[in-house]
Ligand binder design. Structure first.
Ligand SMILES: Cc1cc2nc3c(=O)[nH]c(=O)nc-3n(C[C@H](O)[C@H](O)[C@H](O)COP(=O)(O)OP(=O)(O)OC[C@H]3O[C@@H](n4cnc5c(N)ncnc54)[C@H](O)[C@@H]3O)c2cc1C
Ligand code: HEM
Length: 506
């Protein structure tokens, strides 16, 4: 689509660029609303700051961090403006320009990240380098913005998505001030890519739209931070020590993490299925990175357990480039190579919208846990948390390539001998010649629900289904469950990457 034909050019786009804080902004072009600033006081530090919204929290926004102190160098960028609700006309503009954003979404978000990181290199510590390089994060952001535009009249269907994103944000300790930085660079990227097609009206609508959405996130994230702290958690990073590491398979190693500072209080209770984020300095990059890992055991108050697959990366040489490097994953390889007993690592409080809540169903309603590879971790936590309930039928089915990479097998076999309510089904897609069917695995091939249909509790309309694995695995299982008559609202999925499953699976 030729944008120039789609939206009329209006010279006033230049004025919009000024409002959005473009590079071309000069001191004399400062927007009207920022002139004649008064002083206001930060409610936390008591520091006098510039303008009525000089401190993002002076406008009555909830405090994201009780230790917050106003940065004396706080700039326009980190201010949270008081934006009015969107007008009907602005909603129409957002809806009608959504297709253009969809078409150029990834170009816009890629451009946005590049410029934002140049201006704020400190943000490299929280954004995944690989996710940027592979385009996952730009795609996830572009599709979130598009979904917002399409649902602007009624955001209710988006609330679960907002929660998933807000949980990821809180696990990385994203704070309100950073919405100003993201907003500035995102809107600048829209202007840079769409050019003069962005009229003042369109610019105003998207500026307001961004801030209305940002405030939904800021408020939701504040709720999550408060809940975490009330449950005995903390905001930001806390130093933990590796108490023990256990090899679970050729690729997966478990790390038992204990807080360095002993506060005498147990670790916060988490829901089985939730994750923690960890942060480590990556010497080869020269900065930190953070990644989420599902807690792979039920809560015990003493330590967290995560189980990490070493991502070796795949080299696919081509004729034109026979030496394509494998790009091994930054964090997982560092954890495997360098995180030994006694090593230190920064850990966030547990978060996440994928979990089993026993009170959400009857004690005897079945649980079906379906995983592939390292996707077992989140489901193992759910399984272990329910072992005290002998009334609950549980089916735990998993697929691995072969016995060398199959983790947790002996633990689950032991569980099945102690708890007859637990059924265990193992698929190997390519078992080695030494693997014995009936001992190491049950069924050869990919996980096939038809092959274990008797243990899926399809007839029980209270059965809950939890799935974790690569996207192709989840798509196949969700579609199959739906064909078997399971309602969508009883199917819960966790993806170990940024973004959602494609809509066909939802
Ligand atoms: C909610 C959640 C829970 C999770 N739980 C777990 C868990 O329990 N256990 C677990 O092991 N993981 C889990 N993950 C995944 C984990 O967060 C990391 O994504 C994973 O460990 C890989 O991180 P990394 O830094 O090693 O790899 P990254 O550096 O992030 O790379 C990711 C992948 O991309 C490939 N890659 C990188 N750069 C390139 C390139 N230029 N070209 C081609 N390929 C490239 C890498 O080889 C790797 O396979 C979870 C993720 C989420 C979101
Ligand atoms: C309205 C504004 C925002 C939107 C729509 C948005 C959207 C998203 C989406 C869709 C994801 C992927 C979630 C997933 O993994 O499923 C994400 C992740 C993330 N967001 Fe935001 N976000 C916003 C604001 C911010 C802000 C202010 C920051 C702070 C700098 C931020 C930092 C991150 C980070 C670090 C991740 C993880 C990405 C990674 O691992 O590379 N976001 N966001």
């Amino acid at each position: 689509m030729e944008i120039k034909n789609t939206i009329a050019f209006v010279a006033a786009a230049a004025a919009w660029r000024t409002i959005s804080g473009s590079k071309s902004e000069t001191p004399s072009s400062e927007p009207e609303q920022n002139k004649n600033r008064q002083q206001s006081q930060c409610p936390v530090s008591g520091k006098k700051v510039d303008g009525p919204s000089g401190c993002p929290f002076s406008s009555g926004l909830p405090l994201p961090d009780p230790t917050h102190r106003c940065d004396p160098n706080m700039t326009e960028e980190t201010k949270i403006p008081d934006v009015p609700p969107l007008t009907q006309k602005q909603r129409e503009i957002i809806k009608s320009t959504a297709p253009i954003l969809a078409e150029h979404g990834v170009t816009i978000t890629t451009h946005f990240y590049k410029n934002m990181i140049l201006a704020h290199p400190e943000l490299r510590d929280v954004f995944s380098e690989s996710s940027q390089k592979l385009g996952h994060q730009p795609r996830a952001l572009a599709s979130a913005v598009y979904a917002y535009a399409c649902n602007i009249d009624d955001l209710t269907p988006l609330l679960p998505v907002v929660d998933r994103i807000a949980y990821k944000h809180t696990s990385l300790h994203i704070v309100a001030e950073q919405y100003g930085i993201v907003g500035k660079h995102l809107i600048q990227a829209i202007v840079d890519i769409l050019g003069d097609a962005v009229t003042t009206e369109i610019g105003d609508a998207w500026y307001n739209g961004y801030w209305n959405l940002a405030k939904i996130f800021i408020n939701r994230e504040q709720e999550f931070y408060s809940t975490a702290v009330q449950a005995g958690g903390w905001e930001g990073w806390r130093q933990f020590k590796v108490e023990k590491r256990v090899k679970e398979s050729d690729e997966i190693t478990s790390f038992y993490l204990k807080p360095v500072e002993n506060t005498g209080k147990p670790l916060p209770k988490y829901h089985p299925g939730q994750y923690i984020a960890v942060s480590l300095y990556i010497p080869a990059l020269g900065y930190k990175q953070a990644r989420q890992y599902s807690l792979s055991d039920s809560w015990n108050g003493e330590h967290f357990r995560i189980s990490v697959k070493r991502e070796d990366g795949v080299s696919i040489p081509t004729k034109s480039d026979p030496t394509v490097p494998a790009n091994p994953g930054w964090m997982s390889n560092l954890l495997h190579a360098k995180l030994h007993e006694g090593s230190l690592i920064d850990v966030a409080s547990p978060y996440g919208d994928f979990f089993y809540e026993p009170s959400s169903s009857k004690p005897d309603s079945p649980l079906v846990l379906l995983s592939a590879g390292v996707g077992q971790t989140a489901l193992l936590s759910i399984l272990n948390s329910q072992l005290g309930n002998p009334k609950k039928p549980i089916t735990y089915a998993t697929v691995a390539r072969n016995e060398d990479v199959h983790a947790f097998g002996s633990h689950i076999r032991d569980v099945t001998t102690r708890f007859p309510n637990v059924k265990y089904k193992v698929f190997y897609s390519s078992p080695s010649a030494d693997a014995v069917q009936g001992r190491d695995y049950d069924i050869r091939g990919r996980l096939d629900l038809r092959a274990i249909q008797d243990d899926l509790h399809i007839a029980d309309k209270d059965a809950q289904y939890f799935l974790c694995g690569p996207e192709s695995f989840m798509l196949a299982q969700v579609n199959e469950l739906k064909k078997l008559g399971v309602d969508q609202n009883r199917i819960h999925v966790e993806l170990f990457s940024a973004g959602d499953l494609p809509p066909s699976a939802q």
